[in-house]
Design a protein. Sequence first.
Length: 575
Amino acid sequence: MNRRRWLKSIATAAAGCLLRPFPVEAFSASVPPAYFPKYLDVGREAGLLAKTVLVGHESKDFLLSTTGGGIALFDYDNDGWLDIFVVNGWGLKDFPKGEEPTNHLYKNNRNGTFSDVTEKAGLVWHGWGQGVCVGDYDNDGNVDLFVTYYGKNVLYHNNGNGTFSDATRESGLMQAEDHWNTGAAFVDYNRDGHLDLFVSNYVDYEYGLKFYESNPALMGEQSPVIYGVAGLKGTRNFLYRNNGNGTFTDVSDAAGIGKAGLTYGFTPCVGDYDNDGWPDIYVADDSTPSLLFMNNRNGTFREGGMLAGVAFDANGRTQGGMGADSVDYDGDGWLDIIKTNFSDEMPSLYHNEGKGFFTDVTVPAGLGGETTSVKWGAGFVDFDDDSRPDILIVSGSIYPPGTGVRHQLPKTDSKMILMRNIDGNRFANVSDHVGPAFAESRCGRGVAFGDIFNKGHTAFVVNNMNDYPSLLRNQSPPPNAWLLVKLLGTKTNRSAIGTRVVVDANNRRQIQEVRSGGSFCSQNDLRLHFGLGAARDARVQVRWLGGTEETLEHVPGNRFVVIQEGKGIVSQEAF
């Protein structure tokens, strides 16, 4: 019986029991030694001391008071250490002078602590912040920052001296009209070596700050809680082409992006889903079919989410899609997709069957029981370095703390979820076994992953509503080997965004791509972390987005390696 028929038989014969998470006892003994990390939230001790503010109304809530919360990990000063950028919100109130909420940039002090350098870096900005992505759009060797807002977006050019300049207007990205912008991603969709920009949009701008009873779907009745976006006007996504001279042109209609129907878009997740060497774009949508823009390799896209099997769940229903990530979780050579959804809905795990066609394997893969929480940021991360990507999901109540007790979900519904990859086909919830940080209930939104402490181990940061950011550090690192890869493009864009790395080690093949955006409106480390299991070296193949390939044999494990296009490994370091 092949894998596909096996999954279908499991789903049909045992759907009832598979809706429950796999018990830890069912698999821990089969993966010796049974290892569990111990995650502690060290955010405040590390210096992440500014709360994310998202203030609603005491008696009548607004849709805008529920979203936002992206977060980014990137090395803004090129010192080899990841810094942290936290997208902040706003509120329906007047803030005292000097106390207005703003985004925050935290510089990594390289000793486990961070310093707030927001003002020094020129990044003080007030407004309803939503998402963030990074990429070197002008190929000058400095990673730039793009922040989405309810209103107008901002492009921050990295000056290379620890400061940023607002380049929105001069780059052509100043929007003529206000929009409810959400997720974003730099993507070189035409492979010309210059990063273009994709921006998703949520609900039509006018509904962000309207009283809820004004929604025609309620027929004049006021709802005590948010009832979703049904009845509101949706929006379209934007694609901006990089002209190669520091400016962008809106090509949304010309490239076919604008042809998709009105949706409620949150997070774009870029990946080569049909293995043709060209980046495609998946968009997690709320209450409308999610979109998959397939690259036609001629400067245009075709939307094929329904045909590909990623627009709906297995029963053909739309979901409250929030965040998304993709990786080849089972080692078959094709990028799979995880999408987070609203409460009372399962997350969606789409297995890539080849050539861009997917099967919803959420239930047979063991994720069917994760329905109680509102799920936002997510990522495939190999927390035990066994060479099988696991899944982490951040959850959080719709209503932020402080907007009324009647709006709160039970605290147990706002905890993080860690699903361990057992055998490449099934996952088990191990959240109760991975440290005190997973026992805490926080109102999370975006999450970003990266080797923050340069120890060879992935940490992650969560943006919490009306609370301090969480910085999750593993106090019990895994015993397995690892490899951290940084790519430098030459013909390919300097950030190497869109380039694929294939690692063979531990009798397994892993695939990752350098990605801008993803999770929930957030940005992960542009460096790629691979768990190697018991292997001590690996075969590394780099498929540059420009079309060339390089193969490196016997790359030693437990190393940070820098690979430059056309030159191979130009540096390596043992953390």
